[in-house]
Design a protein around this ligand. Structure first.
Ligand code: ADP
Length: 491
């Protein structure tokens, strides 16, 4: 740039008119009724008008929206009269092209010697970007509010108890399920209140684990019993994860309590069952091993008088083990849905007669079979025999002084019904609904009966798979009739 050019530039820079016209903001002067008497080029270019179209022709209010005009009349003019100036008013200007232009508006009043406002000098700055950011901010806030409502809705719908805590573990949010479980009014619950609802046997362990996690910032996973509003304790899995800031500081803990009560009870039941099953297997096995030791000693003397009896006893115990293992295998098959039925037509009388052969020979039982000797049924003969044998074995086991057993069968409207009736002690009414449940056994006081509580469960499952039903009619002191039905039509 030459020195001549620099001079020219300097003159232009200090030329106040040029500065006025080309300033990066709008300047405008208008009379009290709004008539524009001076306006700079910057503002004219924002509005899309020329000076000729504007000066002494347009009023400032012409460029405002309806709302802006009202604001101008109601607020701007009185304010200017009272304080002589206004600052940072936000207006929308309507351009010649029909677009909207956002400005920040500041003005001072020009007064005459009597203090009367005669004109207004105003400065307008481009507010489009700020408006844009404000709108973005508003949108983001609305979006965040919406997300929050959605999350809250989701949190309230889940069956889990959901909560959050401050970094030091104080609860600051609970979902509807949480409030419902503990019956908390107003959805406020402190950490201490929570701790008092933990079963006393689980409390100390939980406090130690939670304090440890709060300190080290690792996720927590802990089983405990929580007391609900009815005073019942239910097992829950408590999980909590920390939420970290970019600076690796914990901002919040997010937590949930999942009801695992049924699962825990099932596990306990399973443990109990394993101990019962092991015990039941161990008794005949120990006896069998004892007998085998004796037989080992007797093997050099095959004519020993007790030999036959020992072999019989060994056989009995081996059969017991075999039947227990059989029951376990059956349950395994049933739960895996692998029980296959090979159905065929067979004669019921023949099958029942077959079932009681061994009882007739081994036990002092008179067995009467009562029913149409020609009646046929379509079912898996082997499995139905298993059910009837189970009923008969139970009668022999639990009604040993019965003396006689009646096995009857008859054709009903849609089914064939088979019943095994004993004259034993009968079953208390309140126990009857559970007899066919898995693992269910009645406590027979002093008398010890071996068993896993699986026999009747297996019977019920086999019959159910045939489309039939099982049941028992029993009266204390008179005896019990265990029955099953099988559909007449092919199922
Ligand atoms: P388990 O014989 O292994 O206990 P079951 O499922 O066969 O298992 O029988 C469940 C319970 O039903 C038995 O523990 C017994 O108390 C009762 N029960 C079964 N049959 C009879 C019966 N004929 N008379 C009295 N009680 C019976």
């Amino acid at each position: 740039m030459t020195s001549e050019n620099v001079k020219e530039l300097l003159i232009r820079v200090i030329d106040s008119e040029a500065l006025y016209q080309q300033a990066p903001c709008g300047y405008i002067t208008f009379t009290t009724d709004g008539t524009i008497i001076r306006i700079n080029q910057t503002l004219l270019s924002w509005l899309g008008h020329t000076a000729e179209e504007t000066l002494y022709i347009k009023k400032f209010g012409d460029f405002l929206s309806k709302g802006g005009q009202i604001h101008y009349e109601m607020f701007f003019r009185p304010m200017l009269n009272v304080s002589g100036s206004v600052k940072e008013l936000s207006y929308e200007l309507h351009t010649k092209q029909g677009t909207v232009f956002h400005v920040l508006f500041g003005a001072v009043a020009i007064k005459d010697d009597n203090g009367q406002v005669i004109a207004v000098n105003a400065i307008l700055t481009d507010n489009t970007d700020r408006k844009h950011y404000e709108q973005e901010l508003l949108l983001a806030r609305n979006q965040a509010e919406k997300e929050k409502r959605n999350l809250q809705f989701l949190a309230d719908l889940t069956p889990d108890l959901i909560w959050t805590t401050t970094p030091d573990g104080e609860i600051d949010y609970i979902n509807a399920r949480f409030a419902d479980y503990f019956q908390v009014p107003g959805r406020t619950f402190t950490q201490d209140q929570f701790l008092t609802r933990i079963h006393q046997d689980d409390r100390a362990d939980f406090i130690t684990a939670w304090a440890d996690k709060l300190k080290c910032g690792d996720p927590l996973s802990h089983d405990l019993r929580l007391e609900n509003h009815n005073g019942e304790y239910k097992w829950h899995l408590v999980k909590s994860v920390p939420h970290y800031s970019e600076q690796q500081e914990i901002l919040k803990w997010f937590g949930s309590c999942t009801d695992i009560n049924d699962h825990k009870l099932a596990l306990t039941k399973k443990d109990e069952f394993i101990s019962v099953a092991s015990h039941e297997l161990k008794t005949p096995l120990t006896t069998l091993m004892g007998i085998l030791q004796v037989l080992e000693r007797l093997k050099s003397n095959p004519s020993a008088p007790m030999l036959g009896e020992f072999i019989d006893r060994a056989n009995k115990n081996a059969k017991k083990i075999n039947s227990l293992v059989g029951e376990l295998l059956n349950v395994g098959q049933l739960t895996a849905g692998q029980l296959r039925l090979n159905k065929e037509y067979f004669n019921i009388h023949e099958l029942l007669d077959n079932c009681c052969q061994y009882v007739r020979t081994e036990h002092a039982f008179e067995i009467v079979i009562d029913g149409d000797p020609e009646l046929q049924v379509y079912a898996d003969a082997g499995r139905i025999e298993q059910v009837v044998v189970n009923y008969i074995n139970n009668a022999v086991k639990y009604a040993p002084n019965s003396g006689s057993l009646t096995i009857s069968f008859s054709k009903l409207t849609e089914d064939i019904k088979i019943s095994v009736t004993d004259n034993g002690p009968g079953i208390p009414e309140e126990k009857i609904p559970y007899l066919f449940d898995r693992f269910y056994r009645i406590d027979h006081g002093g008398s010890q009966y071996a068993g896993l509580g699986l026999g009747l469960y297996i019977c019920a499952e086999i019959v159910k798979r045939h489309g039939g039903r099982v049941g028992v009619d029993s009266e204390l002191g008179k005896g019990s009739a265990f029955w099953l039905t099988l559909p007449i039509t092919k199922y």
